[in-house]
Design a protein around this ligand. Structure first.
Ligand code: LMR
Length: 309
């Protein structure tokens, strides 16, 4: 997708750096061969390495897919403790060797807290560290499009608040659908509050788990596509009147504690994101948003317990 321009546009040549662990090196070499063999016009170089310093040299955009996978019998705290050391090494390489304004997108789970670790252990600017919730936003918009039988591109401004986990809150209160009579609120077109307040929310929250159950593997294509959407909008800007969801460092907006990496609605302009302000939050939404704050605060405390004082 990157090599075909889905991330940075059809006119932007790319040099792709791929980093993996030693046991994956042979497969990585094969992937490099394939990328070269595809003779893709945008690809100006493919570099593979198991050395984080080499891989980070000069990169403008870093998509962090690697994290310690949760294995049978492991607790969440075990994963977070392993990720603290992985992200510490990557943070140090990025801050020393990446391009000065390198933009970082964390995809690997627990994505918000991995991004938080990256922020805490590095001197990278907080505004350049984000985590992926566009996948959840895309899932939510696809569900609404399916329910109303309208093109997915007509559904706008569904928000995903919070953590990329089962406490996330997909919120349709400000979402609209483009119809022959203009943009109309989703809540007006779907007058089924039971569906919107329960089934819709739990389906989006549980979608990652449903995919793992069906595929015996985590989402791949939809996650890659969402990562491209995230970076494209961040770099090239969001269309007028449209916002997107990104895990970003909270400035205290909407009562979310400053410093947490929390998914907010944002607009992007000239490579900078800003949190959409002034949205009305009802009591139902407040409770859901707070539940995700609580979970992220717990994950942060856990991560901190593995960081040096
Ligand atoms: C997803 O949302 O598809 C993944 O984050 C699920 C997972 O735990 O890998």
């Amino acid at each position: 997708m990157i090599a075909r321009g889905a991330m940075l546009g059809p006119d932007q040549p790319v040099i792709i750096h791929m980093l993996d662990i030693e046991p994956a090196m042979e497969a990585l070499r094969g992937l490099k061969m394939e990328l070269l063999d595809a003779a893709l016009p945008l690809v100006q170089g493919v570099f593979v390495s198991t050395n984080v310093v080499e891989a980070c040299k000069g990169v403008d955009i870093a998509v962090m897919l690697g994290g310690f996978p949760r294995k049978e019998g492991m607790e969440r705290r075990d994963v977070i403790s392993k990720n603290v050391s992985i992200y510490r090494a990557q943070a140090s390489a990025l801050q020393q060797y990446a391009a000065p304004n390198c933009k970082v997108l964390v995809v690997a789970n627990p994505a918000n807290t991995n991004a938080l670790i990256l922020k805490e252990v590095s001197s990278l600017p907080a505004k350049n560290i984000t985590s992926l919730t566009r996948l959840d936003q895309n899932r939510a918009q696809a569900l609404i499009s399916d329910r109303l039988d309208v093109p997915v591109t007509d559904v706008k401004n569904v928000i995903v608040w919070g953590n990329h986990s089962s406490t996330q809150y997909p919120d349709v209160n400000h979402a609209t659908v483009n119809t022959a009579n203009g943009h109309r609120p989703v809540r007006e077109l779907i007058a089924d509050d039971y569906w919107l307040n329960r089934e819709f929310i739990t389906t989006v929250q549980q979608r990652g788990a449903a995919i793992i159950k069906a595929r015996k593997l985590s989402s791949a294509l939809s996650a890659a596509s969402a990562a491209c959407d995230h970076i494209r909008d961040w770099v090239h800007g969001t269309p007028k009147g449209t916002w997107v969801s990104m895990g970003v460092c909270s400035d205290g907006s909407y009562g979310v504690p400053p410093g947490l990496i929390y998914s907010f609605p944002v607009t992007c302009h000239k490579g900078e994101w800003s949190i959409v302000q002034g949205l009305k939050i009802d009591e139902f939404s407040r409770k859901k948003m707070d539940a995700s704050v609580e979970e992220l605060t717990g994950e942060k405390a856990l991560a901190y317990s593995y960081l040096d004082p």
